[in-house]
Each structure stands twice: as structure tokens, then as C-alpha cells.
Design a protein around this ligand. Structure first.
Ligand code: NDP
Ligand code: MG
Ligand code: MG
Length: 340
């Protein structure tokens, strides 16, 4: 079985005395910067002038232009949006990295798909938390953590693995479990997970359920609670104790319905589509489409984003959540909304 590492297994000294530049202060950036600082490491935040820079300064960080932050760092963690990384790497990172320092990522996309070709005299590793950035911060503050994968692409110093593992521990991931991967495995599984299951699969499932009920004449509020709100309560039970724990908690009627109806909804055809999605990720077709979409100024992304925002589930959800202030959690970092 794959070895999963925890705090006690990790050589924290590998990162001690090193200066870490966190480039970007969004969802992941604010969490890495704050967790590493609280773990006792020296952090400088690299940014352009703007909202994130103000936020990082409010949070007590020294901020510098990306080039300057990189120039003084022993580890540079790139937490910019994936689509901006190649240009910022060329313009501000590449020529400023200290020889023998480490360049790090939280997702393997740009290295794996050759959008960033790293210099040969530096270490290159990834530490990819398996959770959204604001939870990387929130769980850290609760003495818990989000698990993470680490992987090494280039090891010129011979220390890249130890530094990557110590970095993962520094952001709190080794409280939950840290395991080794490759850039290829991280990139392909991460893209597949978010597309087919976690984000794309989930939103499509919720919408299809909501539409089925409302089109049959049921109240949208009832459909919202049934298909979206309760999802979290059910998923929390799976998070805490697996599918068996969730099934233990639900009624036997619900469990029987789960057995007989679930596989009719998510069936062999769905799985065949999942395989299609995976093979487009593996072949680079998905990456090519996303890179070109960005080059074109995101016409399709914006059109779909606006259309999705108009879906009836958005409005009914907003109205219902207004009346449930307790469900609102402060989300630091970015907040994504329809760009209407
Ligand atoms: P965000 O979009 O939340 O944040 C991006 C940050 O980069 C902002 O602070 C933004 O600042 C800054 N930025 C953007 N362009 C530039 C630029 N040209 N120069 C300087 N700063 C810039 O990114 P995420 O945290 O979502 O993603 C970061 C990385 O983490 C990606 O590789 C992603 O795949 C990975 N990841 C993300 C997860 C998540 O939970 N979101 C989960 C796991 C991995 P400004 O305010 O100036 O625009
Ligand atoms: Mg992910
Ligand atoms: Mg991802």
C-alpha cells in the first residue's frame, strides 16, 4: 500500500531557515502564506499592485513585486491562476530564481503540459492540497489539515523531496496525510476529479435533480433543500466515516433507494463518459482547449458562466441562504460569482 506520511515522519529541518516567496494571494496563496508563517517560516508575498496586495498587507505580510520576492527566496511557490503562470514565469520569475533554489506549484498543469519549462539549475516540486484554499486555512486554524500530494519534477540539490514534504507539513497537510505523486498523476487526477466528480459531476447532478422536481411542479424551495442544501449534510457523513457511515445514518428506506436507483442515474453510460473525459485530459486535448480559450479572452467561459448564473437554482438559493445566516462561512481569498 502507498505510504502516507504524517507530521512525525517528516524532516521539518529541510525548510528551516529558508525564505519562502508565495506568489499570488488568492484562494491558495493566502492559506499557504498564513499557515507557513504560523508554522514558523519566513514568508514574503510576491504580487502586482491591486486587491490581493492590499489584503496581504492588511494580513501583516511584507509584499514585493514578483521579481523581487523571487530573487530573495529559497523556495518560490507559484499560486497564480494556472492560465497566468506561463507569462509571469517568463517575465518575472525565470531570470530571478536563485540558482539551487526551488520552484514550486500547487498543481502540475503548466509543467506537465510544457507551458512552463523550468530552468535546469533549480529544484522543481509540487505540493497540491486536496481541498479548496479557504479550507486549507480554516482547518489549519482548527489544528486539523487538508491532505496534500507532493511530487518532484527536478532535483538538482538532492533535497527537493525533503523540502517538498516539509513544505506540505508547514501548511498543515501532514496532520491529515501527505503522499507522493508525479506531476503527471497529480495533473490528470486533479483535472479528472474536478471535472467528472467534485465540481462538474456534482453541479450537473444537483441541477438535474432540481430541474426534475421543479419541472414536475414541486416548489423550488423544496427542490433546493432536497438537492443542494442537504448534499453537504450527507457528504459530511461520508467525509467523517465513508459511505458506510452515511448509509448507517440514513433510513433503511433511503438506503434501499440508494441501492436500486443510484446505479440507474449514474450508470455504465455515465462511466463511459467519464472515461472519455479522462482520455481527453490524458491526450492534452482538454489542456489545449483551455489554453486557447484563455488566449481568445474566454468567450465561451464567460458565456457559460453568465448562463449558469441565471439558472433558477441560483436565485432560490440566494433567497434561502439569506434566511440561514449560520450557513455562511467567511471565505477569504477569492469569491467567484457570475461576471454579470
Ligand atoms: P486565485 O485565482 O484564487 O488567486 C490568484 C492570485 O494571483 C491572486 O492573488 C491574484 O492577484 C494573483 N495574480 C494573478 N495574476 C497575477 C499577475 N500577473 N501578477 C501577480 N499576481 C497575479 O488562484 P488559486 O488559489 O485558485 O490557484 C492558484 C494555484 O493553486 C493554481 O495552480 C491552482 O490550480 C492551484 N490549486 C487551487 C486550488 C483552489 O482551492 N483554488 C486547489 C488546489 C490547487 P490580483 O488580486 O492582483 O489579481
Ligand atoms: Mg483539486
Ligand atoms: Mg484543480
Amino acid at each position: 500500500m502507498t505510504q502516507v506520511f504524517y507530521d512525525k515522519d517528516i524532516n521539518k529541518a529541510a525548510l528551516e531557515g529558508k525564505k519562502v516567496a508565495i506568489v499570488g494571494y488568492g484562494s491558495q496563496g493566502h492559506a499557504h502564506a498564513q499557515n507557513l508563517r504560523d508554522s514558523g517560516y519566513e514568508v514574503v508575498v510576491g504580487l502586482r499592485p491591486g486587491k490581493s496586495q492590499e489584503k496581504a498587507q492588511e494580513d501583516g505580510f511584507e509584499t514585493k513585486a514578483v521579481a523581487e520576492a523571487v530573487a530573495e527566496a529559497d523556495v518560490t511557490m507559484v499560486l497564480l491562476p494556472d492560465e497566468n503562470q506561463p507569462k509571469v514565469y517568463e517575465d518575472s520569475i525565470k531570470d530571478n530564481l536563485k540558482s539551487g533554489s526551488a520552484l514550486a506549484f500547487a498543481h502540475g498543469f503548466n509543467i506537465h503540459f510544457n507551458q512552463v519549462v523550468p530552468r535546469e539549475d533549480i529544484d522543481v516540486f509540487l505540493v497540491a492540497p486536496k481541498g479548496p484554499g479557504h479550507l486549507v486555512r480554516r482547518t489549519y486554524e482548527e489544528e486539523a489539515g487538508v491532505p496534500a500530494l507532493y511530487g518532484v519534477f527536478q532535483d538538482v540539490t538532492g533535497n527537493a523531496t525533503d523540502v517538498a514534504m516539509a513544505y506540505a507539513a508547514g501548511i498543515g497537510a501532514a496532520r491529515a496525510g501527505v503522499l507522493e505523486t508525479s506531476f503527471q498523476e497529480e495533473t490528470e487526477t486533479d483535472l479528472f476529479g474536478e471535472q467528472a466528480v467534485l465540481c462538474g459531476g456534482l453541479t450537473s447532478l444537483v441541477k438535474a435533480g432540481f430541474e426534475t422536481l421543479t419541472e414536475a411542479g414541486y416548489q423550488p424551495e423544496v427542490a433546493y433543500f432536497e438537492c443542494l442544501h442537504e448534499m453537504k449534510l450527507i457528504v459530511d457523513l461520508m467525509y467523517e466515516g465513508g459511505m458506510e457511515n452515511m448509509r448507517y445514518s440514513i433510513s433503511d428506506t433511503a438506503q434501499w433507494g440508494d441501492f436500486v436507483s443510484g446505479p440507474r442515474v449514474v450508470n455504465d453510460e455515465t462511466k463511459a463518459r467519464m472515461k472519455e473525459v479522462l482520455s481527453e485530459i490524458q491526450s492534452g486535448e482538454f489542456a489545449k482547449g483551455w489554453i486557447l480559450e484563455n488566449k481568445a479572452g474566454r468567450p465561451q467561459y464567460n458565456a457559460i458562466n453568465n448562463k449558469e448564473y441565471q439558472h433558477p437554482i441560483t436565485k432560490v438559493g440566494q433567497d434561502l441562504r439569506e434566511l440561514m445566516p449560520f450557513v455562511k462561512q467567511p471565505v477569504s481569498g477569492k469569491k467567484k460569482e457570475g461576471n454579470v
